[in-house]
Design a protein around this ligand. Sequence first.
Ligand SMILES: NC(=O)c1ccc[n+]([C@@H]2O[C@H](COP(=O)([O-])OP(=O)(O)OC[C@H]3O[C@@H](n4cnc5c(N)ncnc54)[C@H](O)[C@@H]3O)[C@@H](O)[C@H]2O)c1
Length: 334
Amino acid sequence: MSGTGGRLRVGVVGLNYWGPNLARNFDELADLAYVCDLDEGLLAKAAARHSGATATTRYDDLLEDPTLDAIVVATSVPTHYKLARLALEAGKHVFVEKPPATRAVEMDELVAIAAARDLTLMPGHLLLYHPGVVKVKELVDAGELGDVLCVYGNRQNLGIIRSNENALWSLGVHDLSVILYLLGEEPSEVVAHGRDFLTPGVEDVVFCYLRFPSGKIAHMHLSWLDPHKMRKMTVVGTEKMVVFDDMELDRKVTIYEKAPWRRTESYGEWQTRSGDIHIPKIAPDEPLKNECRHFLSLVAGEGDRGKVATDGAMVVRTLEQLQLSLDAAGAARS
Ligand SMILES: NC(=O)c1ccc[n+]([C@@H]2O[C@H](COP(=O)([O-])OP(=O)(O)OC[C@H]3O[C@@H](n4cnc5c(N)ncnc54)[C@H](O)[C@@H]3O)[C@@H](O)[C@H]2O)c1
């Protein structure tokens, strides 16, 4: 099944804030066959931008079209699982915005259906396609930092204050996907503390601690009640340390030749070593374009479909454990 020029046929559902970005990219990289939203006004705007696509309020139109290869779900979070499931059951490859499901058991069902039908199930973990994060991953995997000891993420700002999703699920999903990607392990213990200062039941400030089987540890500070706008991830190794800072324009990644060095004979204290600071050039590629390209390559049969889906399941499982800890006022979960 392919459209004009042998390109894959893709439909995008959900066209409010984020969906139009996906529609723009898929219109460029593939054959955007459908745009779909329940809201007629949003649909009309999308139809005007993408004249080659069929505009519809009926999701079933996408499911029922045997020539459609893939569906991109960019609707509100509570609808993801159901829409992704219907798409997989209709034999479509699925790109679903984060988080694909809000319960681990639902995500496992999606992974199982995708595996049974050999379909792509790709969660929209945008940061994994950021050239800065890819650089940090290369450094970690090449052993440039020595042994990684700990990782911590800061995702704070004043606003956007949400009332239907807490800071853990809304902000934490980004950092968590990066931490799990960098370390390549599932945490054996998680703890989350937070408070719902503004909207009852919706935590706006959350602190998370994760411990991994290898002994590595990680932390996330997630908040929309903060004076600092921070989008930062710090990785501490035994040889070097690296900071990914998405607020920086031309130094997204900074590598510090700083490390513990040796224990002094006389006092038993550690001396430290401090050398050069490197700022590698990071390609200014749009992460979303890289992400959409990756999805299309998986649909085309390149790469490891199964791993993308199971990595996504690890993120949902960990979020669920963190939420249970949050609900239990910071009780450890393993
Ligand atoms: N990766 C990122 O950086 C990033 C950034 C922002 C948002 N997102 C994700 O993108 C998704 C969409 O975000 P948003 O802020 O645009 O959401 P939104 O809630 O503002 O809009 C969702 C749209 O989906 C439509 N919709 C809902 N159910 C539908 C159905 N059954 N059929 C057709 N249309 C339906 C609604 O009418 C609405 O227009 C969310 O999952 C969000 O987490 C990701």
